[in-house]
Design a protein around this ligand. Sequence first.
Ligand code: PBE
Length: 326
Amino acid sequence: MMKLKRMGTVTSLGLILAATGCGAEDEGEDADVESDNGDAEETEEDDADSADDADSEASSNYAEEMDYTITGIDGGAGIMQSAEQAIEDYDNLDDWTLQSSSEAAMITEMEEAIENEEPIVVTGWDPHWKFAAHDLKYLDDPELSFGEPEDIDTLVREGLQDDAPEAYEILDNFEWTADDMAEIMYDIVVEDIDEFEAAQSWIDDNEDVINSWTEGVDEVDGETFEIIHGPWDSDLSAVSMMSIVLEDQGYDVDLNSVEANYMYTAVADDDADAMIQAWLPHTHGAYYEDVEDDVENLGHNMEGEAALGLVVPEYMDIDSIEDLQE
Ligand code: PBE
């Protein structure tokens, strides 16, 4: 999917990276190397100057150039509800529409826009590899349509503790960081490494973390265990990792991908044993509310590091959702 070269060791992805704008120079260098349009890229300063000139002329045309469209992902994603909410909350977005597609299609459109230095506004979230691969920024969201940084919870079906106490205990102990998840995600998507290989190499590098989840837990003998997840790279990286951990414990793990709301009903209806990507309290709040009494929440596996918003390339001369023209 991506033509970018390796950008050095991944140490500070996610929110920190998005907030500080790290990775900008790396991306700039790569763009220089790969551009076939050499004349626009002489030096960094020239770049900045010409970008400024272009900005002052073009900024008033951003909305038209983007056809008053926010480029979104699959319709079931919680972030799409937040984006619809933003269109309601901000008067300047009255005439805007939210285009739904998929994470992969959104990324393709975003990368095409970046290649041509055209304006684009996408639904974006952390943890996500795109902030390490591209020079992007969140637009300020004074109305909090996209909520505040939130947690990722682990949910299991009722009765799991009796039926599969070993898996239950590991899932109960499971806890990691946005950097951990972003590292696997980056290897899968940017480095194009198979998801289980990427997850395995993170596991190999983080034995202490894994031991803190599995220590003292008995092995099992080939029992099946189903994890249900959503159709996004963040979910893929997390469930690939957990599936290896549970397989190492002796489980035979099935992974199934569905639209967001079906993750919740599957666990509530005992069709799946667990989900480990419940973005709460905001992103999946409505889905969770419907099933809250029929699932068991084992708490946060990632704390305060998940976030949503509208994301634009750094070269766009706007900082807030309120700056998107009417
Ligand atoms: N996401 C990634 C999901 C949750 C995980 C932000 C795209 C969503 O919006 O439902």
